[in-house]
Design a protein around this ligand. Structure first.
Ligand code: ADP
Length: 304
């Protein structure tokens, strides 16, 4: 069983020719609203991509408002276990304002709302009711203290901890000691290691630093270039399939959800990353965060 602990936001997306600079207005865009947030995207991706009818558990906090209720409805419709999604009495649901330009590049502002109030104690209570879980995946859109104590507790219970250290921020080394798998993008990996990633040698160096800090498996995502894998026995660049990028929002989230599903099925890191690259590539070719997540069948067909 897979547990995802993280954020849920309502994404308000405007797609326009270009992203506005400070003080600038860009006219002529189209508007789309759907549920997003790194935690929710990853939970939805894992749910849609897994086989066998299991339920991914999503631990999160939304506001007592229409956005929160609609998000929970969407999660239920997708088949997620929503029993541990809490409703904040004060703060509103998290909202992300997303601009996307013609090249598929994005720029995002997030008001975390209820996500910022998901406490360590609340997560611990939820985890206490899940004796059989094997995998847990977290990101950094909920309070760091909550992430830190959840990692410690899950490690004690023998779960395999997967950390997507996004959005980018510095973490003390204590964070990295008990992590089974870390999945940073280039910016996040640079911030965590101090290595500026420009080619295969520098990405390998960054990955080996994270490995030395105690992370068993390191996967650094490299956008259209694919992903770099590193552990005690693997040191490998997996190429991304070529696609026309329409919207890269949530590419990393789809990658994370897909990789955890593959690993939970016993696939190797290399096979899992190839599956994840294919799933992410399909999502990049479509608009939106959660609506762009492909099905298992689509990924398998594309892989041939
Ligand atoms: P994030 O979206 O978190 O910044 P990346 O940009 O590294 O992370 O993208 C995550 C993964 O999504 C990549 O490893 C790759 O597999 C896939 N991906 C992203 N952009 C593209 C693209 N333009 N073409 C194909 N795959 C892509």
């Amino acid at each position: 069983q897979i547990i995802v602990i993280g954020s849920s936001n309502t994404d308000m997306v405007v797609k326009a020719a270009q992203l506005p600079g400070p003080g600038e207005t860009v006219l002529g865009g189209t508007f789309l609203m759907n549920s997003g947030g790194k935690g929710a995207n990853q939970a939805m991706a894992a749910q849609r991509l897994q086989t066998g009818g299991g339920q991914v558990v999503f631990i999160a906090k939304v506001g007592n408002d229409v956005f929160g209720r609609e998000a929970i409805q969407a999660f239920e419709k997708a088949g997620l276990d929503t029993r541990f999604i809490l409703q904040d009495r004060q703060a509103p649901s998290g909202v992300a304002l997303i601009g996307v330009d013609d090249e598929g590049e994005n720029s995002i502002m997030v008001a975390p709302g209820a996500n910022a109030n998901l406490s360590a104690g609340e997560v611990s209570d939820a985890l206490g009711e899940m004796p059989d879980a094997e995998w847990v995946m977290l990101q950094l859109e909920i309070p760091l203290d909550t992430v830190k104590s959840a990692i410690a507790e899950c490690t004690r219970k023998g779960l395999k901890v997967v950390l997507n250290p996004a959005p980018a921020q510095r973490l003390d080394d204590e964070f990295l000691k008990n992590i089974h798998l870390i999945i940073p993008n280039e910016t996040e990996a640079e911030l965590l290691t101090g290595i500026s990633i420009t080619d295969t040698n520098t990405v390998r160096e960054a990955a080996s630093i994270l490995h030395k800090k105690g992370v068993e498996n390191v996967v650094i995502t490299l956008g259209a270039k694919g992903a770099f894998l590193y552990n005690a026995t693997t040191d490998l660049l997996v190429l991304a399939p070529m696609v026309e990028a329409i919207d890269t929002t949530a590419a990393g989230d789809v990658f994370c959800g897909a990789l955890v599903v593959a690993l939970s099925e016993g696939k190797s890191l290399a096979d899992g990353a190839a599956f994840a690259c294919q799933a992410a590539a399909l999502s990049v070719a479509r608009m939106g965060a959660q609506p762009s997540i492909p099905s298992r069948e689509e990924v398998e067909t594309a892989m041939g």
